[in-house]
Design a protein around this ligand. Structure first.
Ligand code: T6T
Length: 413
C-alpha cells in the first residue's frame, strides 16, 4: 500500500494537508493480529484514500517480533510506528531511551477518556506515557465444545476448578490417540510465563512483591502452582508434549479437534475461525486453584525516537484507535478486544457469552510487572518451567533457583 504525494494530518475528523513533502509512514505490526493481513490492507487503504498519506504496513509473527524490534530500536533503524506488547515492552524500551514520549499527544487527544484506565500503567515509564494501547485482552480458557460432547461431557459446563480440569481433561484424553484434554505451554516464549501467571494468580499467589523489588512466586502458592502446571503434562498426561507447543499451536490443534482446552482470549476468535470455519467452541473463565483469575495482555502503538515521521505516525495511530476503525474491525473480525470502552459497549458483536466472560475477567486481570526488567524476569519463569518439564530439576529446586536469579535481576546485578 503505498507511495506518492502529500502528507496530511488526521485531526478532529478533518483531513488537513500539512505539507507537500512526499512521505511513507512505516508501521510494524507484531503478534497474533499480524495474521489478519486482509483487514490491515482494508483499514490502511481507507486511511490512504481519506488522507493521501502512504502507509507501509509490515507484519511480523509473535515468535520473531521481539528480537526484530529490539535490534531495530537499539540501532535506530526502526519504523515510524510500532506495536509493543503490553507485557512490559514499553517501559523496557522507554528506559533505554528508544521511544518518544506520547504524554503530550495523549493528554491532548479528545478520546483519551475512552481507553480503559487499567491499561495506562502498562505504557508508563517515570510518569510519562510512551504508548497508546491499541488492543487488549484477558487470558481465559478456549475450549472445543464438540470434543466435550464426543467425550460425554456437558459442553456448556466447562471445568471451573483445577480438580474439575484434571477430571474432564483426563476423560477427553482417554478418547483416543492424538486427543488431548488440555494444552500446557512449555516453549521458551512469553506464552509459558503467561500461563504460569494465570495459574498462580488463581491460586492466590503473585509473581513479584508489590513494589517489584523481589520475587514473590517462591511461595507455597507458587510452588503448588508450578507442581500442578507441570503435573498436567507429566503426571496426568493430558497435554501434547509441552516443550514443543504453546497456546498459539494449541489453538490450531483445537481447530482440528485434537486439543480440547487451552489458554486463549479475544484475539483467538478470528484465528480459530479462520483455521476451521465450522469449529464449535467457546471461551470460559480459566479453571482456578482458589479464585478465578486472569492476566492482562494486548499491544500498544509506540513511536520510536528515531522515527522519520513522528507526527504522521501519531495521526495514523489515532486513526487506528478511532471509534470508526474499531467498529469496522470488530464487525469484520470479531476480535481482538478494542482498548475503547465505547466500542465494547456499542458493538453488537461484543454482546455474546464469550465476550461477557471477557468483560467479567478483564477488570480484575493482573498485569505483568510494568518494569524494564520484566522480559528478563519472564525468561527465568520460562526456564524454571522447562527445567521441571525436562526432569532436570525438582519443582522446589527450580523455583528457588529462579527466585534467586529474579532477585539478582531486580537488584540490578
Ligand atoms: O496478550 C497478548 C500479549 O500481551 C501477550 O504477551 C501474548 O499474547 C497476546 O499477543 C495475545 O493477544
Amino acid at each position: 500500500l503505498a507511495f506518492s504525494v502529500a502528507a496530511f494530518s488526521f485531526a478532529n475528523g478533518q483531513q488537513e494537508k500539512s505539507d507537500q513533502e512526499s512521505k511513507t509512514v512505516t508501521i510494524w505490526v507484531g503478534g497474533q493480529v499480524a495474521e489478519l493481513d486482509d483487514t490491515w490492507t482494508a483499514i490502511t487503504q481507507k486511511y490512504e484514500e481519506m488522507t493521501g498519506a502512504n502507509i507501509d504496513v509490515q507484519l511480523f509473527g509473535f515468535d520473531v517480533y521481539y528480537d526484530k524490534l529490539l535490534i531495530a530500536l537499539s540501532s535506530g533503524s526502526g519504523p515510524d510506528l510500532a506495536f509493543a506488547d503490553l507485557g512490559g515492552w514499553v517501559p523496557t524500551f522507554a528506559s533505554k531511551g528508544w521511544l518518544l514520549s506520547m504524554e503530550d499527544k495523549i493528554s491532548n487527544w479528545e478520546d483519551e477518556g475512552q481507553i480503559w484506565e487499567n491499561l495506562w500503567p502498562t505504557v508508563t515509564y517515570q510518569g510519562d506515557r510512551y504508548g497508546l494501547p491499541w488492543y487488549t485482552d484477558a487470558r481465559l480458557m478456549l475450549y472445543n465444545k464438540k470434543m466435550f460432547k464426543d467425550a460425554g461431557l456437558d459442553p456448556n459446563n466447562p471445568p471451573k476448578t483445577w480438580d474439575e480440569l484434571v477430571k474432564d481433561a483426563s476423560i477427553i484424553t482417554a478418547q483416543g490417540p492424538r486427543t488431548y484434554g488440555y494444552g500446557v505451554s512449555g516453549t521458551k516464549t512469553e506464552h509459558t510465563t503467561l500461563a504460569y501467571i494465570v495459574f498462580l494468580a488463581s491460586n492466590g499467589g503473585q509473581l513479584l512483591s508489590d513494589d517489584y523489588s523481589k520475587a514473590a512466586f517462591n511461595s507455597e502458592a507458587g510452588l503448588e502452582t508450578l507442581k500442578f502446571y507441570t503435573d498436567l503434562a507429566l503426571k496426568y498426561k493430558v497435554s501434547p508434549e509441552p516443550l514443543s507447543y504453546n497456546e498459539d499451536n494449541y489453538r490450531n490443534l483445537m481447530a482440528q479437534n485434537s486439543v480440547a482446552m487451552a489458554i486463549g482470549g479475544p484475539w483467538s476468535f478470528p484465528l480459530i475461525e479462520a483455521a476451521n470455519p465450522d469449529i464449535d467452541y467457546s471461551l470460559s473463565i480459566h479453571p482456578y486453584g482458589k479464585n478465578p483469575a486472569s492476566v492482562l495482555g494486548g499491544w500498544a502503538l509506540v513511536i520510536p525516537k528515531e522515527a522519520e515521521h513522528p507526527d504522521a505516525a501519531w495521526d495514523f495511530a489515532k486513526y487506528l484507535t478511532s471509534y470508526d476503525t474499531w467498529m469496522y474491525w470488530i464487525s469484520e473480525k470479531g476480535g481482538p478486544m478494542p482498548t475503547r470502552k465505547d466500542v465494547a459497549k456499542d458493538s453488537p458483536v461484543l454482546q455474546d457469552e464469550k465476550w461477557q466472560n471477557i468483560f467479567k475477567a478483564f477488570p480484575n486481570a493482573v498485569c505483568r510487572p510494568p518494569i524494564p526488567e520484566y522480559p528478563q524476569v519472564s525468561e527465568q519463569i520460562q526456564l524454571m518451567i522447562q527445567s521441571v518439564l525436562l526432569g532436570e530439576k525438582t519443582p522446589e529446586k527450580a523455583i528457588n533457583d529462579a527466585a534467586a536469579k529474579v532477585d539478582e535481576i531486580l537488584a540490578g546485578n
